[in-house]
Structures are given as structure tokens and as C-alpha cells.
Write a protein that binds this ligand. Structure first.
Ligand SMILES: Nc1ncnc2c1ncn2[C@@H]1O[C@H](COP(=O)(O)OP(=O)(O)OP(=O)(O)O)[C@@H](O)[C@H]1O
Ligand SMILES: [Mg+2]
Length: 428
């Protein structure tokens, strides 16, 4: 399973400059844990942080201009940190699996002369085999739509001055003097599309393709119980979609493809939802499949359309975790909404078990307001967002506070420390 070890964001709304986990040039930092939770007061930037992943995923699918206007973002001007004229920037440091060398993806989005958002620069790089230190080698380098790409799976562009701070245009200038049969100069016809979206479809660029596929595979949950209540008309579908309105189709798929396993999954889920004794399915005359929940104390089952919001939500999350080929990266904003507080610790441990499981579950990233959820977590899994004096967000890892780590080691749950305002005390 691929894993994001760290990432940084610049000039994205209230996230003017934040870094989480480890990057290629901060190897001493601890990488992100398989389950990561971000907490913080209202307005500190949790939804904005969640949207970093949503925005990247939309940029890949629709291009940067459309992505800026989508999903309530309101366009580039509203998205860029107020007072800044710098590009919006993202760095993602990830590895394909535990054996592979990490890859860094760098993306910079700015306004062109006509005030339209476009991809200013884009870069992918990776260290060579056996190279533990030093600068990684670029294998995709684009500036203003022009650049170079290195075919194949090994090494990268042999550029002198491949320095983190050196502007890409300078690197490209030095590159044009290098001759190589495996490198290729490229020019994109549309500067609003990501290079990885275009080049990632070509078989000669397997590393770019796998990074593109990694982002395409992200699951960002915008689950709403009402959407999940819709009666599916179309056929079976393999994966739950972002809004959860194909829950019934996924149930059809699971029943058709993994009949026995699916009933076991339903039994397992029923055990975890208080008040539910049994879950099964019923086929209607017109071929649809209805989910039936047997509530304690009632003889007749209730159908999903009549189930409570919280029950449907937990059901959908647990089903998502049981997906035979789960997404590599799963992002959920405030999973606690609508859930009874006692259920939250269960949900948090289910998430952790899945994320750290031997089967190689998804990496899970959540934002939360709920101390009960945080009670089930360790300090290195929890990040605290707050605002600095300039009005922009700061982020810190709970495990950077030694005293707090000791308190948790002594058995005080992290959520209760947060609840009693301990986490608001800044580490100095
Ligand atoms: N372009 C911008 N530059 C700087 N700050 C911005 C910009 N756009 C929005 N903001 C600020 O960012 C914050 C929005 O944060 P966000 O919605 O991510 O908070 P949150 O942590 O999700 O809050 P809640 O817990 O209420 O959902 C607000 O304080 C808003 O004023
Ligand atoms: Mg929010």
C-alpha cells in the first residue's frame, strides 16, 4: 500500500505555510502515521486542510481552473492566502510500498497574465537506488508548460544544481545541454492541465502513471445519510462513492461477488452497531436489493430508508473498511457528526486497526472535533491546528510535547487532555 509520509502546503487559504510529517529534505522528522487525526477550534483550517486533498484530486481530474471554481472554493483569488501574491504550492512525499524509494511531487499554481489559474511548475523526483542521502533526481520537470521528462523506472534527469531552491527554469536551462536517449523534452498544449494527468496515461512513464493512479484512488468522504438512503436502480458497483449514494449498489456487488463473506461482514458490522441484531438483504420483484436491519425488540426488520442517520453512517464506514480492495488513502472530515459519543472510540480503533493492519489497509486522515474519538489515539497520530498572530494556521504534532506524551503514557487519554484545554497550551 502506498503511503503519504508527509506533505506541505503554501498560500492555500488560512494554510499559508504548514508541513505535516516528513519531506525529502527533512529526513529527521517522523513520517505520518497510518491513521492521522487533525483537531482544532472552529475556523483554524481543518476543512481547508481536508480540501488540500480534494483540490489536488480535482486538479488532476478537471484541470486547475475548473478545480478552483468547484466545490464551493470560489476561484483562485478567494483560495490564495489573503495578502499573498505567491503561487499556491503543494509538496507530497509518498512511497508506493514499504520497499520502494519515496517520491516527491511538487506543484505550484499561479495566475497567468489574464488572471486565469494555471500550472506554473510541476516536478516529480526520487532518489536513486542505494542512494540514502543527497538530492533526489527529477524525472518530471515542467515550468510554464514546458520541460523534460525521464522515461522508465530508474534514476532521473542528470541535472547539475538539482537544488531544492534553484528555480525550475534554471534547471531546465542546464538540462538542455545534457544529451540522453531516455530523456525527452515536452510541451503541454494546455497549461491548466497537470503534467501528471497527461503524461501519466503513457506506458513509457510508469512512475508518473503510478503517482497519477495513486491520486485517482484517493477516497474523500462527503458521506450524507440521505444520499445513502436512495434506492439504487442501476446494477452492482464495486466501491462506495464519495457521497455514499451508491451504498445499495455496493451491497448488491458484495452480495453477488462475495456472498458468504458478505453475510459475515454484515454480522460483524451488526455486532458493532448498538441496538442492531442482524443485517441482511432482500431482493425486490424488480431486482433491487434492499438492506434490512433487525433492531432489538422488534420482530420486523427496518429498511435502510428508515434507519437512523448514525446507523447508516457507521454502516457505510465499516463497509468501506471491508472493501476487498480498499482505497490507498482515505480522508474523512468529522466522522463523528451524528454519532453517539460511545461509538466514536470503537470507530477510531476500527480505523486504526484497518490502517495498521497486516492486509495493508488504507492510510486514513481525519479531521475531528470530538475528544472521545481522540481518546483512542496516540500523541503521534494527533495534530493540533491553531492560528498564529497573523491570522494564519499553525500546526503541531501532539507528540512534540514531551510532557503530554508522558501523561498519555501514564494512562490519561489524549481526548480528555484536550477537553481540559491542556492541548491549547503551546509547546515552547
Ligand atoms: N484566502 C484566505 N486567506 C486566509 N484565510 C482564509 C482565506 N479564506 C478563508 N480563510 C479563513 O480560513 C478559515 C476557514 O477555516 P476552515 O473552514 O478550514 O475551519 P475549520 O477548522 O474547518 O472550522 P470548523 O471547525 O468551524 O469547521 C476561516 O478562519 C477563514 O477566515
Ligand atoms: Mg470545518
Amino acid at each position: 500500500m502506498a503511503k503519504i509520509q508527509g506533505f506541505s502546503v503554501k498560500n492555500f487559504g488560512t494554510l499559508k505555510d504548514i508541513t505535516m510529517g516528513k519531506l525529502w529534505n527533512t529526513q529527521g522528522k517522523e513520517e505520518l502515521t497510518p491513521l492521522t487525526a487533525v483537531i482544532g477550534k472552529n475556523g483554524v483550517g481543518k476543512s481547508t486542510l481536508f480540501d488540500v486533498f480534494g483540490f489536488l484530486s480535482d486538479c488532476l481530474k478537471f484541470g486547475v481552473e475548473e478545480a478552483c471554481d468547484m466545490n464551493g472554493r470560489g476561484g483562485f483569488h478567494k483560495m490564495r492566502s489573503q495578502g499573498s501574491n505567491e503561487p499556491i504550492e503543494f509538496h507530497v512525499y509518498y512511497r508506493e510500498d514499504y520497499k520502494s524509494r519515496p517520491i516527491t511531487y511538487e506543484l505550484s499554481i499561479d495566475l497567468d497574465d489574464y488572471e486565469r489559474p494555471y500550472v506554473k511548475s510541476e516536478r516529480l523526483r526520487q532518489r536513486r537506488a542505494g542512494q540514502d542521502r543527497g538530492r533526489p533526481f527529477s524525472f518530471l520537470l515542467l515550468n510554464e508548460g514546458r520541460g523534460a521528462v525521464w522515461k522508465g523506472e530508474l534514476e532521473g534527469l542528470k541535472i547539475t544544481n538539482d537544488d531544492f531552491e534553484t528555480p525550475i527554469e534554471n534547471l531546465l536551462a542546464s538540462f538542455s545541454q545534457v544529451e540522453s536517449t531516455t530523456t525527452e523534452l515536452v510541451e503541454l498544449s494546455d497549461k491548466r492541465r497537470l503534467g501528471i494527468a497527461i503524461l501519466g496515461t503513457l506506458t513509457e512513464h510508469p512512475r508518473i502513471s503510478s503517482f497519477r493512479e495513486f491520486i485517482e484512488n484517493w477516497y474523500l468522504s462527503y458521506f450524507t445519510p440521505d444520499a445513502a438512503r436512495s434506492l439504487p436502480l442501476s446494477g452492482p458497483q464495486k466501491h462506495l462513492n464519495m457521497h455514499g449514494d451508491n451504498l445499495g449498489n455496493v451491497v448488491q456487488y458484495m452480495e453477488r461477488e462475495h456472498k458468504t463473506k458478505f453475510q459475515n461482514i454484515l454480522n460483524k458490522i451488526a455486532n458493532k452497531i448498538p441496538g442492531i441484531e442482524h443485517i441482511d438483504t432482500e431482493r425486490t420483484n424488480d431486482g433491487r436489493l434492499l438492506l434490512r436491519f433487525n433492531n432489538k425488540g422488534f420482530q420486523d426488520p427496518f429498511y435502510a430508508q428508515k434507519m437512523s442517520d448514525g446507523t447508516l453512517k457507521v454502516f457505510a464506514y465499516l463497509l468501506l473498511l471491508e472493501d476487498p480492495s480498499p482505497p490507498q488513502f482515505l480522508c474523512i472530515e468529522e466522522p463523528e457528526n451524528g454519532l453517539y459519543h460511545k461509538l466514536l472510540e470503537t470507530l477510531a480503533s476500527e480505523f486504526r486497526q484497518h490502517a495498521t493492519g497486516k492486509k495493508g489497509g488504507s492510510q486514513i486522515f481525519v479531521t475531528t472535533h470530538q475528544p472521545y474519538f481522540v481518546d483512542a489515539l496516540q500523541p503521534n497520530e494527533v495534530w493540533i491546528l491553531d492560528k498564529n498572530d497573523n491570522g494564519f494556521s499553525n500546526i503541531r504534532r501532539a507528540s512534540d510535547d514531551g510532557l503530554l506524551v508522558n501523561l498519555v503514557a501514564e494512562g490519561i487519554p489524549l481526548g480528555s487532555l484536550w477537553y481540559s484545554d491542556y492541548l491549547d497550551l503551546k509547546v515552547t
